[in-house]
Write a protein that binds this ligand. Sequence first.
Ligand code: GLN
Length: 370
Amino acid sequence: MTIKQTNTGSSGGGRDGLSARVIDALEQLHERYITCDEGRIADYIPELTKADPNWFGIGLVTVDGRFYGVGDHDQAFTIQSLSKPFVYALALQDRGREEVVRRVGVEPSGDAFDSIIKLDVHNRPHNPMVNSGAIATTGMVRGDSPEERFERILGVLGRCMGRRPTVDEAVYRSEKHTGHRNRAMAHLMLHFGVLEGDVEAVLDVYFRQCSVLVTTRDMAVMAATLANRGVNPVTGERAVEQSYIRDTLTVMHTCGMYNYAGEWAYTVGLPAKSGVAGGVIAVLPGQFGICVFSPPVDERGNSVRGIRVCEDLSRNTGMHIFETHPERDEVLDRIEEVADPSPALPDPAQHLGDATVHARDETLGGHAKE
Ligand code: GLN
């Protein structure tokens, strides 16, 4: 296993011991879940099936710019839905809160990320973290042409990660070619006036945005930028206006993990976002950002290893945002040894019988392959 720790920030007394403990904890979690064979690689975007199910990286970046990484933290993967919070922040900057919320709600949908049927009573997408809301959000980014709009999206992603990202052209073409479900949603939103203008052009920008290449390390820096009130802690550059960080973290907290958002909030308790290529980011405001990357996803499209690592880490350190205590700003200091694997919440299917299992399978149909 590769272990890497980079000090990009200032180093205070006692930091070395702390660094060793953080790396040790991440390493333990990596070892614990490297053999986990649950989940499947998403195949509804055909190009994603080229991923290796064994890829597994964990990265953590503190608000003072320290990076801790284990495993495949330099492996490139496509950002997919991890782009949504950052583009949401850009749309808020471009249009203001009132206009954005008029078009896209802030209510968890309780449905799968690509649910096609449900708009809310105002004919808006429920929130900007599901596909319909994210496509509408992309449509609100300002620019005189689709190229300029995409360039501005690359700009915000680049400032948050501290380098100019590139696009995986094969994944982009693959999704553009097969993304008819998203296309159908976009046309429904055109009908209701949530989207305006050239729908195909908005979708094209959205597909490109989802195909931006990142690493676990990049995403940990991006999560840490959100933790650091919008300033990239490695470059020191302001990437997102501070006034919209609160909105962005709120929708991540309530909606970022799709129809697992409630359970995630209960067990991990951090604003988070997942992407169907296998990335998960989580943010502890004022302290650090984490990214876990591993391609096998569960039936909701969330990385299985990503969930497991964050659940164990949260239990170990008490980093749940509602687990308040005086020394909360020393969460990383409490990393001593990694707690036992989290006990899963009870599975309702066991109590409610086959009908539930059936209903769940239908919602998820076609996201993943054996
Ligand atoms: N590009 C993907 C889609 O629109 C993103 C979904 C995801 O990461 N959950 O379906």
